[in-house]
Write a protein that binds this ligand. Structure first.
Ligand code: 5GP
Length: 120
């Protein structure tokens, strides 16, 4: 990852209940909620509950139960929102080059329309 985890990042505050979110799904290891500035008709963020900045952090530091719980949460949200048939996109921004704004690892789930070639 890029330096230590900042416990004051906005997703850490959401996980602690200090700021609200529109929750879609939660399990022991992950939380899914609507993005505050949607870029598609469906724009959901799925985050692990642990303190990971990047995918490298998450994939190399989290234990197997966390990795499974997070991965299953992503798939559960896609299926439960009815996106399997029409399709959807998963995207994760890491670091400066990708324009990661929130330094808590997260996956964007876009759907509900024909998507262009890229979405931030
Ligand atoms: P990144 O650029 O880090 O991949 O994406 C961060 C995403 O978090 C952006 O799409 C942004 O709209 C979203 N976001 C930022 N602050 C909040 C917030 O307080 N609540 C929610 N639900 N989404 C947020």
């Amino acid at each position: 990852g890029r330096g230590p985890y900042d416990p004051q990042n906005v997703f850490a505050k959401i996980l602690r209940g200090e700021i609200p979110c529109r929750k879609i799904y939660e399990n022991e290891y992950a939380l899914a909620f609507h993005d505050i500035a949607p870029q598609a008709p469906v724009h959901v963020l799925v985050i692990p509950k642990g303190p990971y900045v990047s995918f490298a952090d998450f994939s190399q530091t989290a234990d197997e139960a966390e990795i499974a719980g997070f991965t299953r949460a992503v798939g559960h949200v896609a299926a439960s929102l009815g996106l399997e048939e029409d399709g959807y996109r998963l995207l994760a921004n890491m670091g400066v080059a990708a324009g990661q704004e929130v330094p808590h690892f997260h996956v964007h789930l876009f759907g509900g329309a024909a998507l262009g070639p890229m979405l931030h």
